[in-house]
Design a protein. Sequence first.
Length: 604
Amino acid sequence: MKLRIKIGLLTTVALGAAVLGLGDFPGMVQPTNTIVAQAATTINAKHQGMVGDSQTVNNAALQDMLDKWDSDDLTVHVPKGTYVFDAGNIKLHSNITFKFDKGAVFRITSGNRVNFVYPSPEAGYDGGISNVKWEGATFQGDNTSMGQSVFTQSVHHASNITFDKCVFDNAESPTGHYIDLDGSHDINIMNSVFTGFNGSKDFKEAIQVDYSNKKAMSYKNSGDQYDNLPTYDVNVDNNQFLPVAKDSGRVISYAPNPIGEHAIYDHGKAGIIHDVHFTNNTVVDPKPLMADGVATIHFKDVSNLWVTGNKFVNQRVLGSGNYIYLYNSEPDYQMSNLNIKNNTFTNVNPTKQYVFLDSINSDNPMTKVNITGNKVTSQKTGVPFVKGNFALDLDTINIAKNSIKKAKPVVENISTQQPITDTNVSHATSQKLKKRKQTNKNEKYYSGLATQHAQLAKGYTKYSVYNHVRGHKNWNILKFNWKKNKKSRVYIDMRATADTGKWYRIRFSKSTNAKKYWIRKGALKFDSFKTEKYDTEKTLTRVYPVYTRPYNDPLLAKKVGTTSDISERSVTITHRVKRTDSNGNVSTYYQMDNGLWTRALAFS
């Protein structure tokens, strides 16, 4: 084999009071400069026993392959295929590069969990492994009745770890993280995609920046040594954090909370999390976090933090109480050099503020804070961009040029359904018709959503279609060949009651420009609705339309906005309706104490 000499990372750690604010920590172990001679080897995963047939379990094959070349500078080529894993742990070693072909997928299912373990047999920043790169990898899970399937990277005392162009798809632990960084440094996560979070501990983040402590670990590897060292030098750039959604756009699983941490050990005597860069990322529809002390991005006792150039967007999910929360839990530690700059916030609509600066000691303000150039576009204004619980020192805190712009409303806001008494409604067709005598003395018209629908009832072919309700001025029967009609569903946008009976205006296409006809109610079969009283409190979390009646009600529902227009997140439910469609599918709707209705899926 061809040998090459590889120079280890030449890294120094700034641990003085100027950076950490806690003085020197003599117990800390510094990284050392090393020269390592490694054999450079490239192997093909399939040639080494891995099988990408979507069925064969690959845990043992992958572990045997890594163990065989445990002292090599190893490149693992993963060809196209779906490589299934069972529950277990895969232990890595230093100097591995995984290169995935397009279409190469590591898959976990059936509620199982795989931990990729970065062992640390010794304490200190040199105690773990180094130089591991995942390039183009896809880690794919699912969330079924068997539970959430999970892939986790448990990174302990590791250095020079890179994830580039990777996909972490619907595989985050409900109680943990995708990537767990504990007492590690020189971490680069870039150009990657993270999707889906069904958290029972809903504050957990995709990327946890944490300490070398057993409580912080996603997986406790036997023989690992712990020393409370903080993670530092983390660069998360140009990634996407997205929900799992249906083609219709309905959110099935929230986007992961992107990055943060929530704990400190031994009051930071071994150091504090520092030098974290979260830059140029996109976060769409994370889970709303309403409790005190939580946020979409949360850091506790951190310095040298950059949250810059990111796009934060809510499309179908309501916003959190706070979006970014920085908290100093140590009375004698001074958080410093905190930068939240040039980010855009689109319809994230927090209920409290966008950024909250919090300290256990209000006499110990954060210093060198720069919160500038952020731009907000929101349907709701009036929420402050920044708030803190301590007096701002304008000599060390720069909060400026943060703009909040009101977005255009998405839908027309109509308060209630009202009868349309104006009977001057245009004819449904342009064909030439003979004049008919008006015979109706009483006519009332009610409009609804243009996309409500019904099925044609049994025996519908005996019904005629009209240009208007029979008895209206200039009403007429229209020529229509039912035998040529191949569609059983019709779309409804208006109903009427008249002396001649009950009527609906229909069309045979979703398009609102399609030709419209009037037909008697008896020609249509509607969904069934079962209504019951229902007295409970629920919390709104998703953006769904709000109606005057349950959607597809035969009396027609009218849209009056969305759940984002409701100021209070916690609402009282007064009635529940179960709607069953022609295929037997059941949808549930709740009536709120304001009288309006929305899908049960809008609530947590």
